[in-house]
Every structure is written in C-alpha cells, then in structure tokens.
Design a protein around this ligand. Structure first.
Ligand SMILES: Cc1ncc(COP(=O)(O)O)c(C=O)c1O
Length: 399
C-alpha cells in the first residue's frame, strides 16, 4: 500500500491541492442547530430537507439520502433485484466504486471501453456487447460466454461530464434493460438541458470530500419511481416493518445519512450554482491558456452539454509536448502543484481480472495520456496562473 501525505498534516505553504472542499456558507450554523437540538443521528429535519433540495434541483420526484455514493449504488442494484449469477454492464474507465458495488450483490461487472474524445462509456461498444455477445433467454438477456443474465446498465459520468444518455437510453430500451446513472462526479452537469442523474430509472450522487458539494461523506439516490424510493428508504433504515416492536421481514442496511452531515449538505446546496459557475470559469481559463500549448489537449465539452468540469483533465501528447504525463506530474509536484492520473482501467485490476471487458484498449491509452489539474471551487486566480505557467514552462513548443 502506497501512502501519500499523513492524514491531518497541513500541506504547507504554497501547495496547490487538486480538488478540495469549499466551506463558506451556512455549514457551521446548520450543524450547530443539530448539536443544540440533539438531532445528530439519521433522523432529523435536515435529512428530509437535503433530500428535497436535491430532488428539486435534479428534477426528479424523489431523493433518498445514503451514507455515501457507493452504498447508494449498492442500494440501486438491490432495488433492481441484481444478485449472484447476474451481470451489470458498466464503464471501464471509472473510479472503482461502481464495480465494487456490483460485486457486493454477487453479480459480475462487464466493462465497456470509453470513447477516446469524451472519455465516457462508448455506446457503440455497449451495443456490440448486447447485440453480438448476448442472446434472449427465458429469464432475460444472457451473456453467451458466461451464461449469466444481464440485469442492468450502469454508465458512469466521469470527471464532471455526461455519457451520451440519448444513445445509452435508446440501447437500454431496445434490450429492455434498466439504467442506473452513476452521476457521482457529475452533480449539476447538464446533458441536452436535463441534469445528470435524471435520465435513468435511478441516479446516484456522492458528497465525498472532493466532489462539487460535500457532506464529508454522503450519497443520494434519485428516482421518479415512488415504489423504488419507498423501498430505498426502507432498506437504508434497517428494513423496519414495525419500528416499535422491532419487526424486520427483510435484511436491511444502516445506510441512511445523518442529520449532521445532511445539515452540511443543505448549506452546500445553497452554494451549488455558484460553485458550478466557478468550476466552469476555471475550465474555460485552462482551455484558453493550455489549449495554445502544443501537445496539451483539453477535455472538450460535447455540444448541447453544460458540464461542471468537476475534475479538469487534459491529455499530454509526449511527442509534441516533450515529456509524458508522468514526467509532467513529477515536475509539477516539485513546484508544489498537485495533479493526478486517471484511474486504472477496471479490466486491468486484479480484483476484476475475471470480469468481461469489451473494448480495444482505449481506457488504457487514456490512462497513459491524461492528467487532472488543480480545480477546487476555491482555486485563486494567481494559483491557477501558477499552474498554467508551470505547464507552459515545461512545454517543448508553443502552438
Ligand atoms: C465514479 C464514482 N462512483 C462512485 C463513487 C463513490 O462515492 P462515495 O465515495 O461517496 O462512496 C465515486 C467517488 O468517490 C466516484 O468517483
């Protein structure tokens, strides 16, 4: 296990972190209300209020709070009846959480390569898998190779941008499969005028410390389906059939977010629109300034989308730039500037070595080329200028 900095130790003078929370609103005030009134646990007015704020923002009828995004994904899969002997089709280029959540149910993930330009699940590869590698069986769509039943599609909107939901939903409809969006990295991002998380049967958000808004740790499941929302709340609160006599007819989970953390969430929600403006401004400045450097390819925003650019990422073309992204990361670290590579493609991880992968190595190529740059909502102009100057200084040639 490799460690970076010891948790709790300050990074020191002049360090520019990758993506840290911004706490400058009513967080302290709302948390104080929880502590003063003794509503500190998973019951309390802020949990309901946070759910209402999120569902109204996203435009879904219901929202159910959870302890974190991973738990909310796990919950969504249980609600769809995913279990041992099933498969769930998901993105190969993602943080590991959705793949882990699929495994919690006893099902197997099937990893779909990303599109080279958008980094998101490639709908063409998804279609190829469902059309060529699967057949219709009595219990649903069956993967011809594994014999397992394909139960759902779980596209992951990575880095603050959206998957091509029009194409994915059309494919899902053709093969009669439900879609759960892992929108944990795309809270507030729009695709064709509609917010991420509102396209599938369910959508999932995370309020982890590095997300656009944070509760320290937290998650949310959104849906238009009343029955799913009710069942979600039931399962997240230990499946209480009679909370006075302690009757439980099903196995439940202790997955509900606390009132204290929801209070932070309510305060953060009040700032979300402002944070999105800031994120987009940071991205636009990077695009303008880095886009002129030979060998630096900014992540583009597909037409009709309005992304939050949650984690601003560029491709580094070694031949044109003069060094690869690993060397650049080292140089930036030397100048106290944080940066991060993309995640390992899921199909290359030991934990998922037996899971099917559909693709031609695009995720592996992106992993090799990409680097994410500092883009906290609180990033100051002079800090961003320092990042841009540092990258420019290491560039071989200007365009
Ligand atoms: C794509 C993706 N899915 C799921 C999660 C899990 O969210 P959480 O950390 O709240 O469990 C994260 C982030 O942490 C993520 O980036």
């Amino acid at each position: 296990m490799k460690k970076t900095r010891e948790p709790g130790t300050p990074p020191g003078e002049g360090f520019i972190p990758l993506c840290v929370p911004c706490v400058e609103g009513n967080e302290w005030k709302y948390v104080k209300v929880c502590l003063d009134t003794n509503w500190v646990s998973s019951a309390g007015p802020f949990v309901n209020r946070f759910e209402k704020m999120v569902s109204e923002y996203v435009g879904t009828k219901y929202a159910v709070a959870a302890v974190n995004g991973t738990a909310a994904i796990h919950l969504s899969l249980m609600l769809l009846g995913v279990g041992p002997g099933d498969e769930v089709v998901t993105s190969d280029m993602t943080f590991v959480a959705p793949a882990n959540a699929i495994k919690y149910t006893g099902a197997e993930p099937v990893f779909i390569d990303p599109d080279y330009d958008t980094f998101q699940m490639n709908p063409g590869r998804l279609y190829d898998f469902l059309d060529k590698k699967c057949r219709k069986g009595k219990l649903g769509l069956v993967n011809r190779d594994s014999g397992r039943i394909v139960k759902a599609i779980l596209p992951v909107h990575i880095l603050g941008h959206c998957c091509d939901m029009e194409a994915i939903n059309a494919i899902a409809e053709k093969f009669s499969l439900p879609v759960v969006e892992d929108a944990t990295e795309a809270f507030g991002s729009k695709y064709a005028g509609k917010l991420a998380g509102a396209f599938g049967k369910m959508g999932i958000f995370s309020f982890n410390g590095n997300k656009i808004i944070t509760t320290g740790g937290g998650g949310m499941l959104v849906t238009d389906d009343r029955k799913l929302a009710e069942k979600a709340k039931y399962l997240t609160t230990q499946a209480k059939d009679d909370s006075i006599e302690f009757i439980h007819n099903e196995v439940g989970y202790n997955y509900r977010l606390s009132n204290v953390l929801s209070a932070i969430g309510c305060a953060q929600m009040e700032k979300l629109d402002d944070y999105i403006v800031r994120k987009r401004k940071i991205a636009s400045t990077y695009n303008k300034r880095l886009g002129t450097i030979e060998g630096v390819v900014p992540m583009s925003e597909p037409e009709g989308n309005e992304s939050t650019f949650w984690l601003y990422t560029v491709k580094i073309d070694k031949k044109k730039f003069g060094m690869d992204r690993k060397e650049l990361m080292k140089k930036l670290a030397g100048e106290r500037i944080d940066s991060r590579p993309l995640w390992q493609p899921m199909h290359l991880l030991k934990a998922f070595e037996s899971s099917p992968y559909v693709g031609e190595g695009v995720s592996t190529l992106l992993k090799k080329l990409c680097i994410s740059l500092p883009c906290s909502t609180g990033l100051k102009r002079d800090e961003q200028a320092r990042v841009i100057r540092a990258i420019s200084a290491h560039a071989g040639k200007k365009r």
